[in-house]
Design a protein around this ligand. Structure first.
Ligand SMILES: Nc1nc2c(ncn2[C@@H]2O[C@H](COP(=O)(O)OP(=O)(O)OP(=O)(O)O)[C@@H](O)[C@H]2O)c(=O)[nH]1
Ligand SMILES: [Mg+2]
Length: 240
């Protein structure tokens, strides 16, 4: 199995090299795909250094500016699909998503699942050192998406995912409306509607230790807009 691990970065200089080292040491055929949005802190240069150090195992996509998390995933997906990878993993650069859970996610795919989520909200999963407002936000987003959109997964906003390439190929990525964080909800909605089998493996989500958060109030409002847009389209029976 050839796996691309897509890591979108915006100002992650404290985290990226350490994360890449752990990913490359996994007992899997992993290629790290870094999608950097011209980070002012020089993360893009660190990424280029890693690509030079690990030829063929680290690929860097540079974009001109901060274009959003959703479009960063799409850039990574398009690259991985064109390169003929079997599986595509997405994860944050800030160590919230433990790299050592990737083998369990791949194992679950091998059991017949099409998309596997690294989940905080299944038995054995947890979110540690997260602030109460952050926990509340996550709980609210998960409850809304499950109730309004009928999503069956327990961690619907998680960015730690492993997709079979067929799943990504089945979705018109250029028709995805969300450019930011709510991309994750929209994508899961589409995957579930297409009837793909979605599984979850427990992870212990660690709050960001280094660097600063990129999630803004505007992103939260946009994410609420995405949920209501999808809910409304569903009510009207529109295929989305
Ligand atoms: N390329 C790119 N990466 C982004 C963008 N926004 C966020 N990221 C990256 O996406 C991942 C998730 O962002 P985070 O800031 O950790 O978001 P979060 O996990 O919701 O918030 P905190 O953990 O509290 O910081 C990180 O690896 C970021 O560097 C973006 O616009 N472009
Ligand atoms: Mg984070």
């Amino acid at each position: 199995m050839h796996i691309s691990v897509i890591v979108p970065t915006y100002n992650e200089r404290e985290n990226l090299a350490r994360l890449a080292t752990l990913l490359l040491a996994l007992p899997l055929e992993v290629e790290v795909v870094i999608v950097d949005d011209n980070s002012p802190d020089g993360t893009g240069d660190i990424a280029d250094g890693l690509a030079e150090e690990h030829p063929g195992r680290v690929h860097v996509i540079h974009r001109a500016g901060k274009l959003g998390l959703g479009t960063a995933y799409i850039a990574g997906f398009n690259y991985a699909l064109a390169a003929g990878r079997d599986l595509v993993v997405t994860m944050d650069a800030d160590f919230s998503h433990p790299p050592n859970r990737i083998p369990a996610m791949v194992e679950k795919i091998a059991q017949g699942y099409d998309l596997v989520i690294g989940s905080r909200y299944v038995p054995g999963g947890a979110a540690v050192e997260c602030t109460w407002p952050r926990k509340f936000l996550s709980w609210g987003a998960n409850t809304c998406t499950r109730v309004l959109l009928g999503l069956k997964a327990h961690d619907t906003t998680a960015g730690f995912r492993c997709y079979r390439h067929e799943v990504l190929e089945s979705i018109a990525l250029d028709e995805i409306f969300s450019s930011g964080y709510s991309f994750l909800v929209e994508m899961l909605y589409k995957v579930q509607r297409q009837g793909w089998r979605v599984g979850e493996v427990p992870i212990v989500f660690q709050n960001r230790q280094q660097g600063t958060s990129k999630i803004s109030r505007t992103e939260i409002i946009k994410a609420m807009g995405t949920v209501f847009r999808l809910f409304y389209a569903q009510l009207r029976g529109k295929k989305i």
